[in-house]
Design a protein around this ligand. Sequence first.
Ligand SMILES: NC(=O)c1ccc[n+]([C@@H]2O[C@H](COP(=O)([O-])OP(=O)(O)OC[C@H]3O[C@@H](n4cnc5c(N)ncnc54)[C@H](OP(=O)(O)O)[C@@H]3O)[C@@H](O)[C@H]2O)c1
Length: 312
Amino acid sequence: MLCVGHMQPVSQDIPHSGAEPAPSQAPGPLVVVAGATGYLGGQTVLALHKAGFRVRALARDPAKLAQIRHAVHEVFVAEATDPSTLQGLCDGAYAVFSSIGLRQLGRRPTFWQVDRDANIAIATEAAHAGVKRFVFVSVHGAPERRGINPLFEAKEQVVDWLVQSPLQSTVLRPTGLFNDMQELFDMARAGRIWVFAKGEARVNPIHGADVGERVAQLLRQDQPAAAVDLGGPETFTMRQIGELAAQALHKEVPVTSLPLGLLKWGARLLRPFNINLSAMMSFFYYVNRWGAVADPVPGRSLRDYYEELART
Ligand SMILES: NC(=O)c1ccc[n+]([C@@H]2O[C@H](COP(=O)([O-])OP(=O)(O)OC[C@H]3O[C@@H](n4cnc5c(N)ncnc54)[C@H](OP(=O)(O)O)[C@@H]3O)[C@@H](O)[C@H]2O)c1
């Protein structure tokens, strides 16, 4: 059963690993992490904890915090898409980080309800609570392409809201995260890599931990940048990423190219039936059409990430 707007101190309800100091002893400023049950939010929780912050994690299902529970000071159980459940989420917090965003492709809820409305609801709660700082995760290239892709538009409407709010905000716009690159790895493991447009689009993907460490740095700065584009240390074509995955698995994997038009026309045809699927196809169209390369941040290598996956 979901306990709406309910706070769970970790020390009472969620055992920590014992390998690290008990989070309740950490003296640092309190940061609310929305999206903590996801890839980037989870990595950010770990980085903030390591940097000495206390973390209050927002979760619909606290069981999904199991792997990072040692780094979580408090759990706030609520539905981000239902603002009435968020009351008290940000009380006493110095900052809020949100990487909430839709990844499922069913018809409901829509990305408007999650990527835009839920994030604005969290930011509204932060502003009411007098929180100083807000870090929001958008997508690389979103400001330039917001008019042509609704997913970018939904993210950037949150940025518009933040800019006119009393919150001191920083918008992070990462390129591909390593968990998205896992899809190419999974294809390689399954025996065939599918790419679009010959796999020529270029991207410098970034590990979530490198983004999380940047968040911790930003929260320590007095005058942080209003927006930060983030990419990983190495730039690859999509085909090269597939080949890297195959190398990590020590196998030959055929690469098959699909026409880019499939994504473009698929997105248009599906729009009246499933806006989430349509927007995601349109998003992949733009990524495969223009690539996603941002200023590189020194950090973890994709080869190491794949080799680790290959060992599991
Ligand atoms: N992955 C990439 O390559 C990439 C690249 C650039 C930008 N981004 C952006 O970065 C953000 C985080 O990405 P990620 O890879 O960490 O995603 P993720 O692993 O799917 O995490 C998404 C988070 O959003 C929450 N969420 C999703 N639907 C929700 C709903 N209906 N109600 C409440 N919470 C909901 C999830 O909670 P539950 O666990 O409860 O579902 C989870 O905590 C996204 O906004 C994405 O657009 C991602």
